[in-house]
Ligand binder design. Structure first.
Ligand code: CAA
Length: 416
């Protein structure tokens, strides 16, 4: 029998402050409806230099270990997926490994490909375990990022930050991955990038949306072909994508998930052979509100309150989905679409575990978000203007890490 492999549990860490998206809109002289209805945002996480990608990753991983009682002696791999590296050479994974005092006998590395690095890391872990090479050991995969475009840019309302830590094992209580069915699509494009040394990302915003939709179409069709060969979906009165209980997307801003879902449906409608006859009718059917409400909307609760978290955005959607409907989805197959600019997209599926609701209750996501402090736009701007290498001297909250100082190019962390 094939091994069951996938995500056993997860934990989320977010910056301690956020700005209300309507406050930001008003400060920029923009109709708040553009950011709420137009982009789908409610709140946006705001980090200070002490909450860097390392401290967020270490906090999420420490939380996962503590909340779920993880036996760290059974870990054999630690992968950090990130766009927000802190060093050309030393990986965030080595910081996390040290801060958490993990066993020496582990493979540790970072995985970088814009917002796709986390999924690349997750698949490295899943396939390592599925191959048998892990010999019963588990993996930690941490997605951590700070999405930063800068003040008064078009991308400003789509910033955010945080980390999601995933425990990957042969006990996939949250999601048993359909190993080997993944569809992928790569293209060499300049849609979003951050040249070495730059703190803010560069982005060709509208083009990046086109690139995302184009790449995901290829990834989805690749998955669908394999899933059909295995009899998981078929051409039927229901579209193949409708045969998945839910579909979760990379969420740079919530409205993007709606556009992505319409694109998946369009792929099915174009390929089915007996869908609507005209392109206009297909577009209309692809945008079905009922399908979006049933398959996507409930996954976006956390993303709307945190903003973009690059590599972690898809896994924040998974957390939000299972937080909202973990019990109802037990035993059902869901789809996940990861997109990283540059670009690489991957579509994969998995079956929600019977213990998903129990595992998610331990993740205590309501408390994680409720502890945050709402700040004014003035305070957000002050935090954004702080130098990245001089963190304010703030004592870390219990159970969290903070960057304390950078001395002679060495980063020192406090807390947990
Ligand atoms: N009321 C309601 N809706 C309104 C409105 C109003 N008053 N004013 C505008 N809108 C709607 C618009 O119609 C539009 O909706 P549709 O896309 O459905 O037509 C939406 O609000 C946004 O309006 P604009 O397109 O005019 O907004 P913009 O040009 O200022 O920028 C953006 C939007 C391109 C997403 C920009 O925020 C950006 O560049 N963000 C960063 C890039 C990004 O997130 N790209 C996503 C794909 S790449 C990726 O996924 C990787 C990654 O993580 C970065």
């Amino acid at each position: 029998m094939k091994k069951r492999v996938g995500i056993e549990a997860l934990a989320v860490a977010v910056p301690r402050r956020y700005v209300d998206i309507e406050d930001l809109a008003r400060a920029r002289g923009v109709d708040p409806a553009k950011f709420t209805a137009g982009l789908g945002a409610k709140e946006m996480a705001v980090n200070d230099p002490g909450e860097d990608s390392v401290s967020l990753a270490a906090t999420a991983a420490a939380r996962l270990i503590q909340q779920q009682g993880v036996d760290t002696s059974k870990l054999g791999m630690l992968v950090v997926g990130t766009e927000t590296g802190v060093d050309h050479s030393k990986p965030i994974a080595s910081h996390v490994h040290g801060l958490l005092k993990l066993p020496r006998g582990m493979r540790t590395f970072d995985s970088q490909h814009a917002c796709y690095g986390g999924t690349a890391g997750l698949m490295a872990a899943v396939e390592w375990i599925a191959s048998g090479a892990a010999a019963g050991r588990s993996a930690l995969v941490v997605c951590t990022d700070i999405a930063r475009y800068g003040l008064k840019t078009a991308g400003e309302p789509t910033q955010g930050g945080g980390a999601v830590a995933l425990l990957v094992s042969e006990t996939p209580d949250l999601l048993a991955v359909d190993v080997g069915l993944n569809g992928v699509s790569t293209a060499d494009v300049y849609d979003f990038w951050r040249p070495v040394g730059r703190r803010e990302a560069l982005v060709d915003g509208h083009y990046s949306i086109t690139c995302y939709l184009d790449a995901m179409a290829g990834a989805y069709r690749g998955w669908r072909e394999r899933a059909m060969e295995q009899g998981l979906v078929r051409w039927d009165s229901k579209l193949p994508s409708e045969q998945l209980a839910r579909i979760l997307y990379h969420v740079p801003f919530c409205k993007m998930a709606r556009k992505a879902h319409a694109q998946v449906r369009l792929c099915d409608l174009e390929d089915s052979g007996n869908g609507p006859a005209t392109p206009e009718a297909r577009d209309e059917a692809a945008k079905s509100q009922a399908s979006y409400d049933a398959q996507v909307a409930k996954s976006l609760g956390l993303n709307a309150r945190v903003g973009n978290v690059y590599t972690a955005s898809l896994y924040l959607a998974l957390a939000g989905q299972l937080h909202a409907e973990g019990a109802a989805l037990a035993g059902q197959r869901i789809g996940l679409l990861s997109y990283g600019s540059g670009s690489c997209a991957e579509f994969y599926t998995g079956v929600v575990g019977e213990k998903a609701a129990e595992r998610m209750a331990r993740a205590d996501l309501d408390t994680v978000l409720a502890k945050r402090e709402r700040v004014s736009v003035e305070e957000y701007e002050r935090l954004m203007n702080l130098p990245y290498d001089a963190p304010e001297a703030i004592a870390p909250e219990p159970g969290t890490f903070r960057l304390a100082e950078i001395h002679e190019f060495r980063r020192k962390y406090a807390g947990a």
